[in-house]
Design a protein around this ligand. Structure first.
Ligand code: SF4
Length: 420
């Protein structure tokens, strides 16, 4: 049986946080629960967001039996269970482990792998990064030293379409270059080309190079961007030491691909979004009843696979619409996000999930209960709505009473509006 760890105190990871070297890595996990205002919170890492039908059903049951009846999807395609009781940690751990969702008790918080969610489904990618994700996860869980990575360290695997490459990975792999070394490995300002077959191993070696550098830097960096400027991971040495042939190349900006819209996907899959990023247990079961694997996305949706043809996927999409999921690409709720807010977060100045109003479709918009803006979009342009007190907000910096939010948000979401 897996043992649950004691809950962590509330964390302060962003603005106003203490100097890097003074922080303890209290990032929540499935075994290390966080004490929130609405009960314990568990964060379960799902490499590439992948869930089998059984695992979706187990999560739905856990949310209902142990939590508040819902599951939140994070900006890394992981999930959070909220409202957990004081003493349920061991039971939750056992349920998740039985379903194969906790392959390593020691490494559960370092399995942060985002991969292009539609890879292999629509013919647009240049490599099946879902397979890379599984191999990288196996490598991570199979090495004792990787447990020293922070719970925030992120691997990003982009299949060449550019949909996830801009999500701020510490180690990023981008498929699709020319020649035998077709994969770009990016860490900080360094780019190397490696062969497709070496890609997961190269990502692991890069993580090792980061850890070595962080140790010698001595500042307790959790992420590559937190290293002192004069400390650069020795990627060439790490790749060479792992027997991986690699070619240094100039860093190159990559155009950012758009996230998929809700609807049928290729010939055998569909994509839906969770309202404000949260699936109820009933909605999860509806996804599972579709019969195929589910991939949760960094845009807080789900790709459901396994349909015989596009007509079957479209038919199922109509059924999912009746569960309150976002299935229409024209829905004003596409691109609308919100943090936890009240009552779950003690820092929140408002119940932002209740106040969130999409106005009308357009740019992504994120409602935050305070200036930390947890989970805000990584998009190049988005509308920033931040609570400043009970009933008052800033919409892209403009003071706005809650009653005026719909009009103000609608105006800000139009592409011509001045946004972040
Ligand atoms: S942004 Fe939201 S969830 Fe994050 S600390 Fe502020 S109120 Fe809490």
């Amino acid at each position: 049986m897996l043992a649950a760890m004691p809950p962590t105190p509330p964390t302060t990871p962003n603005p106003g946080e203490p100097p890097v070297r003074d922080r303890g890595d209290a990032c929540p996990g499935a075994l290390r629960l966080h004490a929130a205002d609405d009960g314990r919170l568990a964060r379960l890492r799902l490499p590439a967001g992948l869930l089998t039908v059984r695992q979706v059903m187990v999560l739905a049951a856990a949310a209902e039996d142990l939590g508040d009846g819902s599951v939140s999807v994070t900006s890394r395609g992981n999930v959070e269970l909220r409202g957990l009781g004081e003493g349920c940690g061991a039971e939750l751990a056992e349920v998740l482990a039985d379903a194969g969702l906790l392959p390593s008790a020691t490494h559960e918080r370092v399995r942060n792998i985002v991969a292009s969610p539609t890879a292999g489904l629509d013919g647009l990618g240049r490599a099946d990064v879902q397979l890379w994700a599984r191999e990288l996860d196996s490598l991570l869980c199979g090495r004792a030293w990787t447990a020293a990575l922070s719970g925030r360290f992120l691997f990003v695997l982009d299949d060449g379409r550019g949909d996830v490459a801009g999500l701020g990975g510490d180690v990023t792999l981008i498929a699709g270059g020319p020649g035998p070394r077709s994969v770009r490995l990016r860490v900080g300002g360094q780019d190397f080309l490696v062969a497709d077959a070496d890609a997961p191993g190269a990502a692991l070696a890069a993580a090792g190079a980061f850890l070595d550098t962080a140790r010698t830097a001595g500042n307790g960096a959790w992420r590559v961007r937190e290293l002192p400027e004069d400390r650069v991971p020795d990627l060439a040495g790490a790749l060479g030491g792992a027997g991986i042939a690699a070619e240094p190349v100039p860093a190159r900006e990559m155009s950012q691909g758009a996230p998929p819209l809700p609807g049928p996907l290729g010939g055998t899959a569909l994509h839906v979004l969770a309202p404000l990023g949260r699936f109820t247990a009933a909605q999860l079961r509806a996804l599972a009843e579709s019969g195929g694997d589910v991939r949760l996305t960094p845009w807080r949706g789900a790709v459901v696979t396994g349909f015989p043809d596009r007509a079957a996927a479209a038919h199922r999409l109509r059924a999912l619409d009746t569960y309150g999921l976002i299935t229409d690409p024209r829905s004003p709720w596409v691109g609308v996000g919100a943090c936890t807010g009240r009552p779950g977060c003690a820092k929140s100045l408002a119940d932002v999930r209740a106040d969130a109003d999409p106005g009308r479709g357009g740019l992504p918009v994120h409602f935050s209960g305070c200036e930390r803006r947890c989970g805000h979009p990584q998009a190049p342009a988005w509308v920033d709505v931040v609570a400043t007190g009970e009933g008052t907000y800033l919409v892209d910096g403009r003071p706005t009473p809650r009653t005026d939010l719909p009009d103000a948000v609608a105006a800000a979401r139009t592409p011509s509006a001045t946004t972040r």
